[in-house]
Design a protein around this ligand. Structure first.
Ligand code: XMP
Length: 518
């Protein structure tokens, strides 16, 4: 079996916000794409023998001091190139053409006219709507290049050296606002580079199974199962590869949603036949959190205790000779950015398994580190995992602890679980769990309110419903849920969940809010 990563596309990252999107668009065509820093070495670039290179856009101006350039080895190389926006300017500058700074900015929708028949625009209309976002533009293409298309603001909206298979486009074919962008990318992949569409969930699984077996041999692997998509798919993949040599550990922190611990045991142990150690650590977590209301303290306590509990299990397994620790790391976590790492302020401490005590040394195995989230899901489905796991919405590491505002008690957690289950069920029934919301849940607030039920005054807890839509969870908008659905959920929660007499709906976007309340 050949590695399906061979013969794909290398994408050089010049710092555009769309770089990952280019990789996803290429992979959607069944061609492997990997994102590499713009100054990557030739050896690394050629590791998977790409058939072509795409140069991303970026925030710089090509004549600035320290502006990132086209790697020198690509000038001499015969690999096909496609420069997008800044990438086009980098090609132009490196090959002796001329870029003009800031003379004619174009942002947003534009229309281009294709002037010359050429492989990049093969089969496409002569007038195309595209998305532009640039300050600089090409004034004079390098020798050997001709203009292929123009727009109002860019005499060279596209250029190409057809013989050498080098192209540049001033617009962004990877964004949805360029409706024919997928066709242009297909032309580059298949007509210009001669790629084969061999990147699929099945080919990935086959080759991953092979390489996991080769690496693990007859040794054993430990994996922390959280119930989330990534660790679930990693475990199913490892199980396919090495069967009983895999042991999963699932820690029930007591902070999980209704029915979740039971579902994990049912799906992974009973249905998938995976060796699973389920540890119920609820009491330990509840007593460690008693009286704690400060959000960051909650996170610290849970993160630390989780490591302690998991380490105990891992220590036992290590003593039994388990050599590897598997993690569900995915591609967006590992992409090295060409623009250099940005330093961001910590808004919330996220916790994931990591930071095991120094006496515990495992070799790390990360079978999903080449996959985007949608690919992880497709692989999960191909491995036979149910939709309820594969299409699960994200759930924070500290779990319900950060949705149970104020003090955490078993009783309040049960109230929250009951309300959350009603909301989730209603969204699921309306088809809004998989499509229409990116994340939806209930928050139990640290206030009480007065109400009336029958003839009696009540003074009880308040919940907030939170539902958001987002692509990347960095920004989000509140979901415009149907009023009737909200009405139903509200009435069911107040009627069915003991101790709650008021339901509110959170209409805050992110920013300024965050998705979770703590
Ligand atoms: P915020 O609340 O920061 O959340 O807008 C963004 C996304 O991250 C999730 N989240 C976490 N995920 N560990 C995680 O693995 C955490 O500690 C954590 N805190 C928030 C949140 O659910 C949302 O999807």
């Amino acid at each position: 079996m050949t590695d399906p990563r061979q013969g794909g596309i290398a994408i050089l990252d010049y710092g555009s916000q769309y770089t990952q999107l280019i990789a996803r668009r290429v992979r959607e065509q069944g061609v492997y794409a990997e994102v590499l820093p713009h100054n990557v070495t030739s050896d690394r670039l050629n590791q998977h023998q790409p058939r072509g290179v795409i140069l991303s856009g970026g925030p710089n101006s090509i004549y600035e001091v320290d502006a990132p350039q086209l790697p020198a080895y690509l000038i001499a190389d015969a690999l096909p190139l496609l420069g997008i926006c800044y990438g086009m300017q980098a090609i132009t500058h490196a090959l002796g053409g001329r870029v003009a700074a800031g003379t004619s900015r174009e942002y947003g929708a534009a229309r281009i006219s294709v002037e010359v028949e050429n492989p990049l625009f093969h089969g496409m209309h002569h007038h195309l709507n595209v998305w532009m976002s640039h300050g600089d533009r090409i004034e004079q293409p390098p020798a050997g290049f001709i203009g292929l298309a123009s727009s109002h603001g860019s005499p060279f909206a596209a250029m190409g050296d057809v013989e050498k298979r080098r192209y540049g486009v001033q617009f962004h074919p990877e964004v949805v606002h360029t409706p024919d962008g997928a066709q242009l990318l297909r032309n580059f992949l298949f007509e210009v580079c001669g790629c084969k569409p061999n990147w699929s969930p099945e080919s990935f699984i086959e080759s991953a199974v092979e390489s996991i077996r080769a690496r693990v041999g007859s040794d054993r692997v430990l994996l922390a199962l959280s119930g989330g998509v990534d660790s679930a798919v990693a475990s199913a993949l490892l199980h396919r590869a090495i069967g009983d040599q895999l042991t999963c550990v699932f820690v029930n922190t007591g902070m999980l949603r209704k029915g979740e611990p039971e579902q994990v045991v049912r799906v992974f142990r009973d249905e998938q036949g995976i060796t699973l150690r389920a540890v119920d650590a609820t009491e330990g977590f509840l007593s460690a959190l008693a009286g704690i209301t400060e959000p960051e303290r909650k996170r610290e306590i849970i993160g630390k205790l989780f490591i302690d509990v998991f380490s105990d299990e891992a220590r036992q397994l290590s003593a039994e000779g388990v050599r590897f620790l598997a993690q569900g790391t995915i591609y967006p976590d590992v992409i090295e950015s060409g623009a250099g790492s940005k330093t961001a302020k910590t808004i919330k401490k996220h916790h994931n398994v990591g930071g095991l005590p120094p006496d515990l040394t495992f070799e790390l195995i990360e079978p999903l580190r080449d996959l985007f989230k949608d690919e992880v899901r497709a692989v999960g489905t191909a491995l036979g995992l149910p939709d309820s796991i594969v299409w699960r919405q994200p759930f924070p590491g500290p779990g319900l602890a950060v949705r149970c505002l104020g003090e955490i008690t078993w009783e309040r957690l049960e109230t929250l679980r009951a309300a959350d289950a009603i909301f989730t069920e209603a969204l699921d029934k309306a088809g809004l769990l998989r499509y229409g919301t990116s994340q939806a849940f209930v928050v139990l607030l640290p206030v009480r309110s007065v109400g009336v039920m029958g003839d009696n005054r009540t003074y009880e807890e308040v919940v907030a419903l939170r539902a958001v839509t987002t692509d990347d969870f960095m920004t989000a908008d509140w979901a415009r849920l149907p009023f009737d659905l909200l009405a139903d959920v509200s009435s069911r929660i107040v009627n069915e969940v003991r101790g709650v007499n008021r339901v509110t709906y959170d209409i805050t976007s992110k920013p300024p809010g965050t998705i979770e309340w703590e």
